[in-house]
Design a protein around this ligand. Structure first.
Ligand SMILES: N[C@@H](CCC(=O)N[C@@H](CS)C(=O)NCC(=O)O)C(=O)O
Length: 205
């Protein structure tokens, strides 16, 4: 068996878990090195030496090459698999949602959750735009998932992996997923598809 890929990540981070889920789904061996974001682990000299960006996740391959940005990493891992649609337009639609996730979903939903669930910040101390724009994102997902089982169409793709990472824990950031029934059903579908269990709860590494 080839040596495992090493993932530097924090188990509270959906961006990091995305990579583990894709590796598990594909049967790719992965070694996890825990880096605590909340206590500044990403700024440790040995971590900055590997990834000068000062963020997780990043992966180190057996040949020493390093890759960061969660969606770039899952794209690379899943190359040639059924998580990437064969049809060119559907593949582009998958990418559309993955770019959208990083610019119009994660910055609101993941950030509000981080402040509330891990930094102990009360909801009323946070920028109200986080809740407002996160709900706009969930609303767009709701309308999409009312028509199709998965974000890019009828089959699961990396767009679903990218988006489920923080959607499934949006309630920890004060979002009410019950208001988005198609999204809630899709979260359950994705957890089954990826084998995400309670043991992988964000609060306990
Ligand atoms: N766009 C990046 C986001 C990476 C990111 O923001 N990582 C956070 C944890 S989820 C982090 O390392 N924060 C530490 C810091 O900014 O100091 C990705 O998708 O990988």
């Amino acid at each position: 068996m080839s040596p495992p890929i090493t993932l530097y990540g924090d188990r509270i981070s959906g961006n990091c878990l995305k990579i583990k889920w894709v590796a598990d789904y594909l049967g790719v061996p992965l070694r996890w090195v825990q880096v605590d974001v909340a206590t500044g682990g990403t700024r440790a000299p040995e971590i900055l030496a590997l990834n000068p960006v000062g963020k997780v996740p990043f992966v180190v391959f057996a040949d020493g090459r390093i890759l960061s940005e969660s969606n770039a990493v899952i794209l690379h891992l899943a190359e040639g698999s059924d998580l990437i649609p064969a049809d060119a337009f559907t593949r582009a639609r998958m990418l559309q949602w993955m770019f959208w996730e990083q610019y119009s979903h994660e910055p609101f939903i993941a950030v509000r959750r981080f402040h509330m669930a891990f930094m102990g910040r009360p909801a009323d101390s946070l920028d109200p735009k986080l809740l407002e724009r996160g709900n706009v994102a969930l609303g767009l997902m709701e309308r999409t998932l009312a028509d199709t089982d998965f974000m890019a169409g009828d089959a699961v793709s990396l767009a679903d992996v990218a988006l489920v990472a923080y959607t499934r824990v949006a309630h920890e950031g004060g979002y009410d997923l019950a208001a988005f029934p198609s999204v809630s059903a899709w979260v359950a579908r994705m957890e089954r598809t990826l084998g995400i269990g309670e043991r992988e709860g964000y609060a306990q590494p």
